[in-house]
Design a protein around this ligand. Structure first.
Ligand code: BES
Ligand code: ZN
Length: 445
């Protein structure tokens, strides 16, 4: 019996394709091979390209002159499933309850990717071809900052030349509300270590006579923001593009308001840079976050120790026109300048991605919105930016010269990156329709 679209998604979800964990490298590779088989069986000419990291899957129909070329991007890698004990059922054994699929990757990004892959398969089966020249490009390293995809784009820039890129890997402002995203935040990550004494010390014998690295790290972190949520690093906001007044106006009427966000987060109260609403803060303002913090004794009970080191993992979300390459040295200099002589600071930089913004009223943007309207029963799409990052998007612009259309299908409560990630079957089906309508609309641009 032929595999149904839902079966294909469930099969894809069973691969624990966790890109950050080298123990899963073989699972990531197996997922790429399976995906390539699916695309090949759909009638697309498909290649799995090895990289120094995880493979890139490229599939295309027969290209004909006179038709636009559309590059469809997605990622088949997922975030780690931890903390495992908070999952109601195992993350890589998908479960369906009340029409909702629960699994790691259900929304981010396998559900959305497989919706498009099934849409392509259906059109190929019905018409023997697609209405455009298509390049499907699916990578296995998005969740670790796409370190090998930029070089791949540069090396294959002629083969990958296209008029526009389309991605479903962003959100909808509410269930049933078609959403077109025209901007993403960028990101830059770093790990900071403070070392003090050469070894962990008895806090009775030495405490009071040398500085505690954990205390000094806490002091540094506390200086990052003022009491109103503004980041205190010198020059941090210099390149920030102010919000346009039409954006503030349009966003103020969205169902994703402060009240809805308070409920989604389960926080006692909202907090952020003064003078901005929650969606303005997350979509159009930069942040400085501590993602992890450690040092000293973490076990049961107490241990009277003065730790020799403490560390913090930071990420900074960036907005147009900030640039990670400019900011990272500024951040490091700011931290160094505030580090007392009693400890030593080391900064290790991690991955980075550029922020992105396009004109939602461009011809391609309008075509994407028309496809969303048709897919969602004629409802008018919300025009938004997003706070998350898809690091390769600005590289599509820089290397291939193409804008990216972001047509997300993730719901606000999808629990991406968290336990019990989920995706409604209704969104999976909408994604299959969206693929067909999008290619039809783009064929006419
Ligand atoms: N799908 C997300 C990006 C996203 C999330 C866009 C929410 C819009 C709203 C993507 O898979 C992701 O999680 N990206 C990472 C990139 C990072 C690891 C470089 C992110 O944003 O943390
Ligand atoms: Zn993600």
């Amino acid at each position: 019996m032929a595999m149904t679209p839902l079966d294909s998604l469930l099969t894809c979800l069973r691969f624990p394709s966790v890109s950050t964990d080298s123990a899963h490298a073989e699972d990531v590779r197996a997922c790429a091979q399976w995906l390539a088989g699916f695309l090949r069986d759909s009638g697309l000419n498909t290649t799995v390209h090895p990289t120094p990291g995880h493979p890139i899957v490229v599939a295309r129909n027969t290209h004909r002159p006179g038709r636009p070329t559309v590059l469809l991007y997605g990622h088949y890698d997922v975030q780690p499933a931890d903390p495992l004990d908070l999952w109601l059922t195992p993350p890589f054994e998908p479960r369906i309850e009340n029409g909702i699929i629960f699994a790691r990757g259900a929304t981010d990004n396998k559900g959305q990717l497989m919706a498009h892959a099934n849409g392509l398969r259906q059109t190929m089966a019905a018409d023997g071809d697609l209405p455009v020249n298509l390049i499907a490009l699916f990578e296995g390293e998005e969740e670790i900052g796409s370190p090998n995809l930029g070089p791949f784009l540069a090396a294959h820039r002629h083969d990958l030349a296209c008029d526009v890129v389309a991605i479903s890997d962003t959100g909808m402002v509410a269930a049933g509300v078609p959403t077109f995203t025209y901007g993403l935040r960028g990101i830059t990550c770093c790990e900071v270590e403070l070392t003090g004494p050469a070894l962990d010390l008895h806090s009775g014998i030495f405490g009071g006579s040398v500085a505690n690295p954990a205390t000094e790290l806490a002091r540094l972190i506390a200086q990052l923001h003022d009491a109103h949520g503004r980041i205190m690093i010198d020059g941090f906001y210099d390149q920030v593009r102010p919000l346009a007044s039409w954006e503030r106006e349009a966003w103020s009427t969205l169902p994703l308001n402060d009240q809805a966000i308070l409920k989604l987060t389960g926080s006692p109260a909202l907090f952020g840079e003064a003078g901005y609403s929650s969606v303005e803060r997350t979509w159009a303002r930069p942040t400085a976050e501590v993602n992890g913090l450690g040092g000293g004794y973490q076990g049961e009970g107490s241990k009277t120790v003065l730790p020799s080191r403490a560390f913090a993992k930071f990420s900074f979300r960036l907005v147009p026109d900030q640039n990670p390459a400019v900011l990272l040295p500024q951040i490091e200099a700011w931290l160094q300048a505030r580090t007392p002589a009693t400890v030593t600071l080391t900064v290790r930089s991690g991955h980075s991605g550029q922020p992105y913004a396009m004109d939602p009223h461009s011809r391609h943007g309008q075509a994407a919105q028309a496809a969303l309207r048709t897919t969602f029963d004629g409802r008018e799409p919300a025009l938004i930016r997003e706070g998350g990052s898809i690091p390769i998007v600005q590289s599509f612009k820089d290397i291939l010269g193409a804008d990216t259309l972001l047509l997300g299908l993730a719901l606000p409560d999808c629990q991406a990156h968290a336990p019990n990630e989920n995706f409604p079957i209704a969104n999976f089906e909408a994604g299959q329709r969206l693929n067909r309508h999008l290619l039809q609309e783009l064929a006419r641009v």
